[in-house]
Design a protein around this ligand. Structure first.
Ligand code: APR
Length: 320
């Protein structure tokens, strides 16, 4: 059986880290695509030279030609610009929308059967636009945000409760922005919900509120520290988890920006919700019961996503 093929559109910080992880994990041959000449080729050569040390046989190649992504099983999109200090994800909209158009057309022409994971920000608008420009089926185009946001939430919760991250499950819904909705009733340590842990005196509401706030600003905290770009290790790890769920038909239940058709009362928008990812792409949207506070927060988050789509349509009339 031929090796699987992973195409990475954007060979920047996240793209390079994705390529490294995909090669180390043996997901398949890796093609790094970028508009900048030399960068994908240079990174691919560097990564190929890891292979004798790490013992992987996957081929890693770099290209500036969309034809080389032909036959890709999975495509992960990080093309575009990243945030600098003081910028919100939404500030990236104008530039990255044009990038999504080029990427969507490149995918449609060369790898229309791939499972496409978008990471470019502002995520919920960019994944929607990428799907529109590519014309791929909605269940084959998904946005990576929730896995990262819930990883950030879980990391902070594990620190607070002083337990292994392996025993923490956390849930984050909504858009990937400051309006994201960490849901504490579904966040647990070995099945014990966070509100119960508070009642048991293991933490306080104030401390959990501070963790929720830090999770919402988790990306910005890293941008402020790095000063020249945004987070890339955890975003790449999160994208790879989604790729593995598809490639290995794992049927994992993961939070992701998925196309909703009435679920949660939301229609024709990409918003972060729990989904089942398996060999069929996004196989199910999981609709969980939310309390009034979470419902209210989700609706604020959805309004923020809607505003971004209005802005996208104003920039590119073909999206109307
Ligand atoms: N096609 C392909 N690649 C492009 C295009 C394009 N039209 N335009 C820009 N790129 C490339 C850049 O040349 C660069 O190599 O995308 C890459 C982006 O890499 P970085 O600037 O290092 O950004 P990164 O940290 O990888 O983040 C990428 O993901 O999380 C989001 O907010 C983040 O939108 C940003 C994206």
């Amino acid at each position: 059986m031929a090796r699987k093929k992973i195409a990475l559109i954007g060979a920047g910080n996240i793209g390079g880290t994705l390529a490294h992880l995909a090669a180390l994990k043996g997901l398949g041959d890796v093609v790094l695509f970028d508009v900048v000449e030399g960068v994908p080729q240079g990174k691919a050569l560097d990564l190929s030279q890891c292979s004798p040390v790490e013992g992987f046989d996957a081929k890693v190649t770099g290209t500036n030609d969309y034809k080389d992504i032909a036959g890709a099983d999975v495509i992960i999109v990080t093309a575009g610009v990243a945030r600098k200090p003081g910028m919100s994800r939404d500030d990236l909209l104008g530039i990255n929308l044009k990038v999504m158009k080029a990427v969507g057309e490149g995918i449609a022409a060369n790898a229309p059967d791939a499972f496409v994971i978008c990471i470019t920000n502002p995520l919920d608008a960019m994944v929607w636009a990428l799907r529109e420009f590519s014309g791929l089926p909605h269940h084959m185009v998904v946005g990576m945000a929730g896995v990262l946001d819930s990883a950030r939430f879980s990391h902070f919760l594990a620190e607070e409760f002083q337990v292994s991250v392996k025993d923490v499950t956390s849930f984050v819904l909504g858009g990937h922005g400051d309006t994201m909705v960490p849901v504490i009733q579904y966040s647990t340590v070995s099945g014990i919900p966070v509100p119960d842990l508070i009642a048991m005196g293991r933490s306080s509401q104030e401390k959990i509120d501070a963790i929720v706030k830090r999770t919402r600003g988790g990306g910005g905290e890293i941008v402020a520290l790095l000063k020249t770009g945004s987070a890339y290790y955890a975003p790449a790890t999160s994208g790879i988890a989604m790729a593995e769920a598809y490639l290995y038909d794992q049927k994992r239940v993961l939070p992701a920006a998925a196309h909703l058709t009435g679920q949660y009362g939301i229609d024709n928008l990409y918003v972060g919700v729990p989904v089942v990812i398996g060999g069929g792409g996004v196989e199910q949207i999981v609709e969980i019961a939310l309390d009034d506070e979470a419902k209210g927060n989700l609706s604020v988050s959805v309004d923020a996503v809607k505003e971004l789509l209005v802005a996208c349509k104003a920039i590119d009339g073909s999206l109307n």
